[in-house]
Design a protein. Structure first.
Length: 282
């Protein structure tokens, strides 16, 4: 483990994990970094390459679609492609093992994630609240569920996005490449697509009922395990405080510290397996 956490921090944290009965995991992009998906705000991160005010809102995408479809296609390919070919890493797998372990002791573990990559579910976690929505859940214009994409289909969309950046008629080819993911009305306006992923963009309300259920789980937790988030985006980042205000202890895993509690510096894929496996002395 990197950073200045002492072995006793790990032992203390492992004991808290072992003794907990209701754990809430609050995860961000960092838990998926070792699966090949970029984080947003670290050096060279996604929002440094693609400013969120331009790429993170429906209106911003609408302007790009009109003005620079090739740049929009490149952004979407870089967003969708890594998610399409990602697989759970040892950090995700440790959290799934932790859910099985705590269930065997009569407890429960709930994952509240800001990520849209469905890797927690693929690793085996069963109680997952995707408060920023999902790249795989396609909803209609009113937000009603239409269907769920499979990862190979998302990979085909990413390939089509890459091809759409070459040659003529880029806008038409972009709209065709996106069709399984985003259904643009004939006018091609991005702000009212016929269908889209349930991914929550800046300025939009968080996904429901995920957000209500996440807050309820946080209020009932006796331990909140924060993994791989800068804690800068609200209201999502209120989750750890909701838990600690209700009496939960806090453990944070990641190379940078964002919350008060036991900080275990390092990568999720390295720290979480050690935390979950550590046979805390009874
Ligand atoms: N393991 C654990 N943490 C890591 C790793 C790793 N291997 N690599 C990076 N991190 C940490 C970074 O140090 C940073 O603190 O993950 C955090 C990622 O922070 P952000 O990039 O801000 O991502 P996140 O906190 O998930 O952003 C929240 O902002 O733009 C919106 O909707 C987007 O859901 C996202 C939200």
């Amino acid at each position: 483990m990197s950073g200045d956490a002492s072995v006793s921090d790990l032992a203390t944290a492992a004991r808290l994990v072992r003794d907990a009965r209701r754990i809430v995991v609050f995860s961000g992009a960092g838990v998926s970094a070792e699966s090949g998906i970029d984080t947003f705000r670290t050096e060279g991160g996604f929002w440094q390459r693609y400013p969120p005010e331009e790429f993170g809102t429906p209106m911003g995408l609408a302007k790009l679609y009109a003005a620079d479809p090739a740049r929009l296609a490149r952004f979407l390919e870089e967003l969708v492609g890594p998610i399409a070919c990602a697989a759970p890493n040892p950090g995700h797998q440790a959290l799934a093992a932790l859910e099985r372990g705590i269930a065997s002791r009569g407890g429960a573990l709930t994952v509240i994630t800001q990520n849209v990559d469905a890797l927690h579910q693929e690793a085996g976690n069963s109680a997952v609240h995707e408060i920023h929505g999902s790249m795989f859940d396609i909803v209609d214009a009113e937000g009603r569920a239409l269907r769920r994409l499979e990862r190979p289909e998302l990979a085909r969309i990413a390939d089509a996005l890459a091809r759409s950046q070459r040659g003529l008629f880029k806008r038409t080819r972009l709209a065709r490449a996106l069709l399984p993911l985003i259904g643009l009305p004939s006018a091609g306006t991005w702000t009212q697509p016929r269908h889209r992923p349930s991914v929550v963009m800046f300025g939009e309300a968080l996904a429901e009922p995920a957000w209500q259920r996440a807050q309820a789980a946080a209020r009932q937790a006796d331990l909140v395990l924060v993994v791989g988030t800068s804690g800068l985006v609200y209201p999502a980042a209120t989750i750890p405080e909701l838990a600690t205000d209700a009496g939960a202890r806090l453990i944070e895993v990641g190379p940078e510290r964002a919350f008060d509690g036991i900080w275990l510096p390092g990568k999720a894929g390295e720290v979480l397996p050690a935390l979950v496996a550590d046979p805390a002395p009874s």
